[in-house]
Design a protein around this ligand. Structure first.
Ligand code: AGP
Length: 619
């Protein structure tokens, strides 16, 4: 949700901030705004703000029309609206009554109504409908009591409930940008004579790859000369410095019209990178960052996976792999539901949290709930320095590189690789499969980048099909076994990108209700299991015949050489033959391409679909 950038240094702050916002626009695009402290000699500087509803381009146009005065300290915000409509008035930054304090915010301040009422009673005039504006006025009061903006921020944070990343500037502290975080992301970029704050390193990667990970409940004081981090009580805090292992080219479109197209194309490389360094010369798996000992893994008696959206679909596929290879009972939970039930956890439960961003609030809350029940926690995450890995006992990073498009593609495939690695690793440690069986699977897994590449080379007919279906109202997806989560993922992609009714079903459930939806010409995409799974394969071939007999237009995804499906497929999409558990790596790709092309044909912005944001940092 919302993207945040802060800068202090020697360059024109506005350029740095707007460029950073462009890289963070995937986080929210309801409005955008900036604040700059104008250059000058005096101790008190002019504070200039500009903000516009809609995408960043609207703000850029406004800034071109009325350029603000030059300044080397500034901040910017791109919004995904929570409190208050997405209009100019509710766009950030928000100011106090004096116009000397500006604040931007990501998250939700849950006690804002009480704070707002108190402020209004004390004579403050609030002009927006947001929770954020209360913070600007609270800072105003605290500054009146003395101290720097950082002192005021620490005191204000003590009064806030909920999730927040806050960044503030004050006309009386002309070399200071202050940031604070609780339950929302904020990273520091460390430059030479300049420093950066952002929700994501992508915002400053063009300037520095040295970053500092901020912990929970910390306040950062950013000056051109250095960075100081404390907790909310003002005690010096321990911070973790790290070097970002990708560069600015990874955060750019690289000649593609959309990030999503680039990210789909990058999948063979992303899969290969996620395998890299994890298979030792003797063929055994080595997962160094797991930080959960072999003994602890031997003591595990149950696995629970928590995740949201596409990551949840990766979790559903993980269940099949973990039960099959690791021989452990496995449950998969929507992270948003998990802590509101009474899940049965113990010290011998392993909870695996899957999150591309590592910032999804529902996933973080599920992890915290599991921690309270003393479960072991393992994260699967794509973003180094994000919150989720820090809160888990161990982590397996997916090396997909930055995923900018809101619809998850390459992160999903690498999450699958990560869950296969974990399941095979547990099998190796616990001896639930013979060493040569695990070894053989690892060898086959290592071949998957070229299989994914092969799928990508044959996607033109899928694109044509997508264009031909652009005016349909509804598309159904069917699958069995690991093809069922793939069907769910195909439907999710189509919903979020094409805004079409799309549903994924377990094919075996068809006759329990969904078959009533079938009508003349309805497109139904069916993911067929490999022939090696003969029983499942034959059953789904019967399902295809049943829906076709009732008028469905059958679009069948089947492995090369599977001739049995040919007579019943109106359109046949071939994928390479791979082991059953790995099949989602090749069957998901046509569904991503399909949704992307269909949405493009409808004229949608596939990188920034309506109403969505890349990371959901509020519950
Ligand atoms: C998928 O295309 C989505 N945009 C969304 O479902 C996403 O997977 C979900 O919000 C979880 O995000 P995370 O992996 O960053 O936790």
């Amino acid at each position: 949700m919302c993207g945040i950038v802060g800068y202090v240094g020697t360059r024109p702050a506005l350029d740095v901030v707007v460029e950073g916002l462009a890289r963070l626009e995937y986080r929210g695009y309801d409005s955008a705004g900036v604040a700059v402290l104008a250059d000058g000699e005096s101790d008190e500087r002019e504070l200039v703000t500009a903000k516009r509803a809609g995408k960043l381009v609207n703000l850029r146009n406004a800034l071109d029309e009325t350029p603000p005065p030059a300044g080397t300290l500034g901040m910017g915000h791109t919004r995904w609206a929570t409190h208050g409509a997405p209009n100019d008035r509710n766009a950030h930054p928000h100011l106090d009554c004096s116009g000397k304090v500006a604040v931007i915010h990501n998250g939700i301040i849950e006690n804002f109504a009480a704070l707002r009422a108190e402020l209004e009673e004390n004579g403050h005039k609030l002009v927006s409908d947001t929770d954020t504006e209360a913070v600007a006025h609270l800072l105003e009061d605290e500054l009146r009591d003395g101290g720097t903006l950082a002192d005021a921020m620490r005191r204000v944070c003590g009064r806030l409930e909920g999730a927040f990343t806050l960044v503030a500037v004050h006309t009386g502290d002309p070399d200071l940008v202050v940031g604070a975080r609780r339950n929302s992301p904020l990273v520091v970029g460390v430059g030479d004579g300049e420093n950066f704050l952002a929700s994501d390193v992508a915002a400053f990667i063009a300037h520095t790859r040295d970053a500092i990970e901020l912990g929970q409940d910390q306040v950062v004081e950013l000056r051109a000369s250095g960075v100081t981090v404390t907790d909310f009580e003002g005690r010096p805090a321990e911070v973790k410095e790290y070097h970002v292992d990708w560069d600015v080219s990874a955060a750019e479109k690289g000649g593609y019209d959309y990030f999503m197209l680039k990210e789909i194309a990058e999948q063979p490389r992303a899969v290969a990178d996620t395998l890299l360094g994890r298979i030792a010369a003797d063929g055994r798996l080595v997962l160094d960052e797991m930080r959960i000992t072999d003994q602890e893994l031997r003591e595990v008696d149950k696995i629970i996976i928590v995740a949201c959206g596409t990551s949840y679909h990766a979790g559903l596929i993980a269940k099949y792999a973990l039960e099959h290879w690791a021989g452990l009972p496995c449950e998969v939970e929507l992270a948003s539901e998990f802590r509101y039930r009474d899940p049965i956890l113990s010290r011998s439960t392993l909870v695996i949290a899957i999150s591309q961003s590592g910032e999804t609030m529902d996933a973080l809350m599920a992890v915290r709930h599991a921690r309270e029940q003393h479960a072991k926690l393992l994260g699967i995450c794509n973003v180094n320095g994000s919150t989720l890995p820090r809160e888990c006992d161990g982590v397996l990073y997916t090396h997909a590189g930055p995923e900018v498009a809101v619809a998850s593609t390459k992160a999903f495939l690498t999450q699958l690789v990560a869950v296969y690695l974990i399941a095979l690793y547990i099998a190796q440690v616990r001896g639930t499969k013979w060493g040569d069986e695990v070894f053989a699977m690892i060898q086959l897994l290592a071949q998957m980048p070229e299989k994914v590449e092969k799928v990508l080379e044959t996607m033109e007919p899928v694109r044509e099909l997508a264009r031909s279906l652009a005016n349909e109202r509804s598309v159904l997806f069917l699958g069995r076994h690991v093809g069922f989560p793939v069907a769910l993922e195909g439907a999710l992609k189509l919903k979020e990108l094409a805004y079409m009714h799309a549903e994924g079903f377990a094919a075996g459930e068809l006759k329990h209700g969904p078959i009533a939806l079938i009508e003349e010409g309805l497109p139904v995409i069916v993911v067929v299991p490999p022939r090696a799974r003969a029983v499942l394969h034959d059953k789904i071939v019967s399902n295809i015949q049943e829906i076709r007999a009732r008028g469905a237009r059958t679009i069948v995804i089947a492995e090369e050489g599977d001739e049995t499906v040919e007579p019943f497929a109106d359109t046949l999409i071939r994928v390479p033959a791979v082991p059953t558990l790995f099949q989602p790596l090749v069957t998901t790709v046509p569904l991503q391409v399909f949704a992307c092309e269909l949405a493009t044909a409808k004229g949608h912005d596939v990188d920034q679909p309506r109403n969505l944001a890349k990371s959901v940092t509020v519950e």
